[in-house]
Design a binder for this molecule. Structure first.
Ligand code: TXA
Ligand code: MG
Length: 326
């Protein structure tokens, strides 16, 4: 149903980070680029700002948010880093990695942003505009992907406006996101390191930095039901047919690699995520391609994509997009 616009959404240029920071410090909602996807920022220490963020996204309030900091030393003010968390932060921050660690006593990140959990998700984004905004705001910034809940994550300012124009105060335009899928989430708790969400840093890179394999199991006991667990979290309107060996009449095709699929010539529309079969290139193009094909056909056939490297995160997002809708 159409919503009554609540706010006038301003478009800010990439140099207007001070203005974006000011709006955030005043409790406003500002979308900004990160290297993974565009985030919708709110002051993580201000429960009113966080509540209005949940409202703008239409997001179930039991989902905890990632608190974004401008540096590792800032992040240390909010969470407890054990030796593994410390090693991973040094290896990958700033960058597409989120660490779930115990929240420090008196942690300034509001209970609402944390869903009342004793743990806290922290990330120092790699995109210089994101860090400049957070630094200008002078506080940790809660930032889920800047889309309406249940929609495909945005990788451009135009995607953000398509979902949230009139519901947020500003969008800062920094061009297309370079990684294209959300950050990898690791829980560093109780001496173990577990993968909660595959993302922009591949498993083997993490294991190399850690010096050992990731611990088995996904969510620790105190973990919430992650939006990762909400099956249709990344859903386009079209149905997805995964690992398609051929294209059926009337379908659009999300292709990968140099080999055409049988029936490809008759596809309603084709987007190849990476003709040379490069998973990182495919990740960067994934959400934009899903949005573009969504308007073209009721069913999108998806070519097989190997799980190696960033393929694990791509396959995870595609499986969610293909899952039954509530
Ligand atoms: O790349 C990204 O991570 C993007 C950009 C904007 O930074 N952000 C993003 O946020 O993907 P969001 O809200 O869509 O995903 C946050 C994830 C959720 O799956 C949530 O359940 C999990 O982080 N999370 C947050 N706090 C947690 C905690 N204390 N324990 C376990 N999972 C947590
Ligand atoms: Mg999201």
């Amino acid at each position: 149903a159409p919503q009554t616009p609540l706010r006038v959404t301003r478009r800010l240029g990439p140099a207007e980070t001070a203005e974006a920071g000011r709006l955030l410090a005043q409790g406003g909602l500002v979308a900004f680029p990160t290297e993974t996807v565009y985030g919708l920022g709110a002051d993580a220490t201000d429960p009113r700002a966080v509540a209005s963020l949940y409202a703008a996204k239409g997001r179930p309030a039991f989902n905890p948010l990632i608190a974004h900091a401008s540096s590792l030393s800032e992040a240390r003010r909010f969470g407890a880093f054990d030796a593994d968390a410390d090693r991973l932060a040094r290896a990958f921050w700033p960058g597409p990695l989120t660490l779930v660690v115990p929240a420090l006593d008196g942690c300034a990140v509001s209970d609402l942003a944390r869903s009342g959990l004793p743990t806290l998700a922290l990330r120092v984004p790699g995109h210089p505009i994101a860090r400049a905004v957070i630094e200008a705001a002078g506080r940790p910034i809660a930032a889920p992907s800047a889309n309406r809940s249940g929609r495909v994550s945005p990788t451009t300012a135009e995607h953000v406006l398509g979902d949230l124009d009139g519901r947020i105060d500003a969008v800062l335009d920094g061009g297309a996101a370079s990684v294209g899928v959300e950050s990898t989430i690791l829980a560093c708790l109780d001496g173990r390191v577990r993968l909660l969400r595959p993302g922009g840093i591949a498993r083997d890179e993490i294991e190399r930095a850690l010096g050992r394999p990731l611990d088995a199991g996904s969510a620790p006991a105190q973990a919430p039901m992650a939006p990762g667990a909400l099956a249709s979290h990344y859903a386009p309107d079209a149905a997805l047919r995964l690992d398609a060996e051929s294209v059926r009449p009337g379908e659009a095709l999300l292709a990968f690699g140099p080999e055409p699929l049988p029936g490809e010539g008759d596809a309603v529309a084709v987007i190849n995520l990476s003709p040379r079969g490069d998973a990182a290139e495919a990740a960067a193009r994934l959400f934009g391609a899903l949005r573009a094909l969504d308007r073209r056909a009721a069913v999108i056939a998806v070519a097989p994509i190997p799980a190696a490297g960033l393929g694990e995160a791509i396959r995870d997002r595609l499986a969610r997009a293909a899952a039954p809708r509530p």
